[in-house]
Design a protein around this ligand. Structure first.
Ligand code: GDP
Ligand code: MG
Length: 439
């Protein structure tokens, strides 16, 4: 899917804006890429329409190219398609929370039981597994082994007891033991059949579960979405768990499930190890599909910055190197709010990467900077040179703000660094030398 989409962006290289005409070819590529990823045709049609509608008439953002802009639109539509927000597990008001797992044979139900227990245990929840697959003794053994591996008790009652009976006994046991979450494994078949559905309905009736999650194999593509729909109609489910995402390079299942069935994907399995289960984040998934994280965040940041009311004003100041402590304060506060200016700077080729740790530090520093800037005189704020040139002034700021002189010097140096970076960012390469602090 990723490589299929690439040719779409490439067709826009060199264009100035997105138009009805120049998006025709890229949209054709997107359509083909989605179909090849095994996304169902109606979903593809709606998707392509939504993207086209938005692409035409989208406003220009300074510094963002049309192909980058289209990447962003496609990304946002992908996120929407997959349900937008992450869909959290629901917990019962009165414990235990009961999670019933269903699904065809071999999709990873039993593995998910243990993975989910391990995942919830890390969040401090007391879990218990119930072995409801009575058709193969090996299935019970498998659950017991996995339970032991993750340190979670497993309730078993052999293969002679009806699944609904085991479910009932398991639930009673869990109540006695003050368990927070009970996860019930069930038997799957190779195909949907009436006996399996009836059995699931029975188990569901007995348990009155908080969550009924259908486990589906990502590698089955749009078939996964059809299964979610069928199970939902037949027994009523609350969501899906998509397994074997590690082996799926197409992405069709992840893209179709929500749109086709109306039910969200809540968790995804990405491997055979117990830690390979995580919540399903539509935005991360979209990012992965596009494989263009940098472009996306760049466009986002550029949009955010442009949204700032005083963007124009700020730019003028940057161009004329008038960026002062007032702007610095405004900017650092905005940075703390919206992520990071430095992240944007880090994305410009040749500007060097900024690590998340550095960004966190920067955000922590905002408070410290504020306290120093607040005790500066209006004149000092507007003319940072005054502080650069006068150790006496820096000493006063240090004393009034309760910081060290070194910290004040650092702040002043940072402002000048910021001027240089911003000038570079705006493509103004001349000037911008850093004054050194005189002692
Ligand atoms: P069940 O029949 O639905 O209970 O399926 P199992 O839990 O027994 O899993 C069937 C096979 O799929 C096992 O070999 C698992 O190790 C494997 N499996 C389960 N989840 C994943 C996953 O997310 N990725 C990969 N690569 N393999 C998985
Ligand atoms: Mg099983």
């Amino acid at each position: 899917l990723t490589s299929g989409l690439e040719s779409a962006w490439n067709k826009l290289k060199g264009e100035e804006v997105l138009t009805k005409e120049n998006i025709v070819e890229p949209m054709r590529d997107i359509r083909r890429a989605l179909l090849e990823a095994d996304v169902s045709l109606p979903v593809v049609r709606r998707f392509v329409q939504a993207v086209s509608d938005q692409a035409v008439g989208v406003g220009l953002i300074r510094g963002v190219k049309p192909d980058q802009q289209l990447v962003k639109i496609v990304h946002d539509e992908l996120v929407k398609l997959m349900g937008g927000e992450v869909s959290e597990l629901v917990y019962a008001k009165n414990p235990p929370t009961v999670i019933l797992l269903a699904g065809l044979q071999g999709v990873g139900k039993t593995t998910v039981c243990a993975k989910l227990a391990s995942y919830l245990k890390k969040q401090g929840k007391k879990c218990m597994l119930v072995a409801g697959d009575v058709y193969r003794p090996a299935a019970i053994d498998q659950l017991e082994i996995l339970g032991k591996q993750v340190g979670v008790p497993v309730y078993t009652a052999g293969t002679d007891v009806k699944p609904s009976q085991i479910a009932k006994q398991g639930l009673e046991e869990a109540k006695k033991k003050n368990i927070d979450v009970v996860i019930v494994d069930t038997a799957g078949r190779l195909q949907i059949d009436k006996a399996m559905m009836d059995e699931l309905k029975d188990v569901k009736r007995v348990l009155n579960p908080t969550e009924v999650l259908l486990v589906v194999d990502a590698m089955t593509g749009q078939e996964a979405a059809a299964l979610v729909t069928t199970f939902n109609v037949e027994i009523g489910i609350t969501g899906a768990i998509l397994t074997k995402l590690d082996g799926d390079s197409r992405g069709g299942a992840a893209l179709s499930v929500k749109e086709v069935s109306g039910k969200p994907i809540k968790l995804v399995g990405r491997g055979e190890r117990m830690e390979d289960l995580e919540p399903f984040y539509p935005d991360r998934m979209a990012g992965r599909i596009l494989g263009m994280g940098d472009v996306l965040s760049f466009v986002e940041k550029a949009q955010e910055i442009m949204k700032q009311e005083d963007a124009e004003d700020l730019q003028k100041k940057i161009m004329s190197a008038k960026f002062d402590f007032n702007d610095f304060l405004k900017q650092t506060r905005a940075v703390a709010r919206m992520g990071s200016m430095s992240r944007v700077i880090g994305m410009i080729p040749g500007m060097g990467k900024v690590t998340p740790a550095q960004i966190r530090d920067a955000e922590k520093n905002v408070k410290m900077m504020e306290s120093m800037i607040e005790v500066m005189t209006p004149e000092e704020r507007e003319k940072p040179e005054l502080l650069a040139e006068s150790p006496v002034r820096r000493k006063r700021v240090a004393q009034d703000s309760g910081k060290s002189e070194q910290q004040v010097s650092q702040l002043v140096a940072q402002l000048f660094q910021m001027r240089v970076r911003m000038k570079n960012l705006m493509g103004v390469m001349e000037g911008g030398s850093m004054p050194t602090l005189s002692n």
